[in-house]
Design a protein around this ligand. Structure first.
Ligand SMILES: O=P(O)(O)OC[C@H]1O[C@@H](O)[C@H](O)[C@@H](O)[C@@H]1O
Length: 287
């Protein structure tokens, strides 16, 4: 089913590997594809180039976490709690709203609410909304979490776990975190970030987020990465060759074509009082 929206933008449903998806396409040709599973952005093409890495070795069974794109990790980051790794939101089906166009941009909201499956593992009433907003050369992902409890606070950690496509990880550098507190999770060492980060093996580090944008340079193009101050951390992850080989859902050399730069909340859970709301976003801009 396709429906035209204002200014020539188009929104339509389609299947990708059997999964129900929504696609937004702008008059300039930029397009984003989002699976209902996890409200998972699978593809963002801007200026004719795919900007996200998506593993060709995914199971596509509608439940297993999808490797690549932008997993929404909620309400738990990694294994820092009793919930499934990186929370359950990426494994569940979200509900797509109507696409909305304004000028040369468009957005669509996806919603996940408390249900029997979430209550079975997390006794918390909530409504989470991911807005996927497309503008020429720009993708903005905004996660809004509503605590719909009458009395209790809601606590969560999480991330927008963005897998950026790179031509060659050996030619990739990330700038903008220089001087920020860094925890190297591989070596379990705390320090301060170098001005430019390079990747020649497993890399798994958590940073105190920076106020300024980050810049990813991969040889042929530069991407600017921003996040709202409501996320305390940025996580930079590449499994490297050895760990990549152990990931069943990654091709052997997949590590060379990706870098995760995540807007995240890792250590200190975010608290939302009863009836309250939290908003956090990540914005990618082709530059
Ligand atoms: O394989 P998963 O569950 O998608 O997690 C991938 C990676 O996600 C990153 O955010 C973590 O920092 C890594 O430690 C983790 O390995």
């Amino acid at each position: 089913m396709a429906n035209a929206t204002a200014a020539g933008s188009a929104a339509c449903g389609e299947l990708h590997q059997g999964l129900a998806c929504q696609r937004l396409t702008l008059p300039c040709g930029d397009t984003v594809l989002v699976a209902l599973q996890g409200a998972h952005v699978l593809s963002w093409v801007s200026q004719g180039r795919e900007r996200l890495f998506l593993s060709p070795n995914n199971l596509w069974d509608g439940q297993a976490a999808i490797r690549g794109g932008v997993p929404v990790c909620f309400p738990q980051f990694n294994q820092r709690g009793t919930l499934p790794k990186h929370g359950f939101a990426r494994n569940m089906s979200w509900v797509a709203g109507e696409a909305v166009a304004s000028g040369d941009a468009a957005h669509i909201d996806f919603t996940l609410s408390t249900n029997a499956d979430t209550l079975a593992i997390w006794q918390q009433a909530f409504v989470a909304v991911l807005r996927v907003a497309l503008a020429p050369g720009q993708l903005t992902l905004t996660l809004t979490v509503n605590n719909t409890e009458a009395q209790n606070d809601l606590h969560f950690t999480g991330a927008l776990h963005t897998y950026l496509a790179v031509d060659d990880i050996d030619l990739t550098e990330l700038r903008g975190l220089g001087g920020r507190p860094e925890w190297d999770a591989v070596a379990d060492v705390h320090g301060l970030a170098d001005e430019a980060l390079y990747f020649d093996g497993e890399f798994d580090r958590v940073y105190d987020s920076a106020a300024n944008p980050l810049h990813l340079q991969d040889g042929t193009s530069t991407l600017q990465i921003e996040q709202s101050p409501s996320w305390a951390n940025s996580v930079v992850w590449n499994p490297g060759e050895g760990k990549c080989a152990a990931l069943a859902d990654m091709p052997a050399h997949g590590f060379a074509r990706m870098l995760c730069v995540e807007a995240a909340q890792v250590f200190e859970p975010i608290s939302i009082s009863a009836g309250g709301q939290w908003v956090g976003w990540q914005r990618l801009t082709v530059s």
